[in-house]
Every structure is written in C-alpha cells, then in structure tokens.
Write a protein of this length. Structure first.
Ligand SMILES: [Zn+2]
Length: 121
C-alpha cells in the first residue's frame, strides 16, 4: 500500500472502538469528522495528482543464479548448433518433431551428444 492510502486510512481510524463499515463510521459522532477530513484530503490530493493512487511497479531483479543460467543458455544457443536445431524443432516444428525432441531431451540425448558440452569439459 502506498503512503498516501496509508495516511488516509490512519486518519479515519476510530480510537477505542470499531466500525464494520464506512457507513457506520460516517454515522458515528466521534468518527464522522475524521471521515469527512480524510475524504476532503483524499479528493483534494487525488484531483491534483491522480498518480498518487498508481501502484508502484515491482522491479524485477534476477538472482545471480538466474543470470548465470541465462548467460549459459545464450552461449549455448550461440555455439551449440545441435542445441539450436533442437530449440527450433521444439518451438517451430510439427507436433511429431516436437514430440521427438521432447523424447530426446528426456533420454538425455543432448547431454550426451552436445558438442558444446564437450567443449566445456
Ligand atoms: Zn466511531
């Protein structure tokens, strides 16, 4: 929740009692002025800068492990022609080709036969 929303909610918070709804709070003698003040502030601020209500976008931070996996994958696609062919068939091939590729992966075909892996060893 952003700071502004938290502030509005804090402004309306009843002290020493509770309300089940905003309607109840607005009818309560003690809370009515608070609700009114919060509503006025809310309307004023939102009218002036509607972006205060915008949710902050979470920034994606890849972990070190993910970065390494990505680097490895890029390198492999670049240099391992057999693996590149496998990806092409897996994504663009016919259903039959896709199934064949899936079988090959499951049997460890690319682990055993990749030139790239051999180069790494
Ligand atoms: Zn109240």
């Amino acid at each position: 929740m952003n700071k502004f929303k938290a502030q509005i909610i804090a402004m309306m918070r009843p002290v020493g009692h509770k309300h089940l709804s905003m309607t109840d709070a607005a009818l309560c003698k003690e809370c009515q002025p608070k609700v009114q003040a919060a509503k006025e502030l809310y309307d004023k601020v939102v009218r002036k800068n509607p972006e205060v209500l915008a949710r902050a976008k979470p920034t994606f931070k890849p972990t070190e492990e993910l970065k390494e996996m990505w680097d490895n994958l890029q390198e492999r696609v670049k240099y391992d022609t057999m693996y590149r062919k496998h990806l092409e068939l897996s994504f663009k091939g016919t259903i039959d080709q896709q199934n064949k590729e899936a079988d090959k992966v499951n049997k460890g075909f690319y682990e055993k036969n990749s030139e790239w892996t051999k180069k790494q060893l």
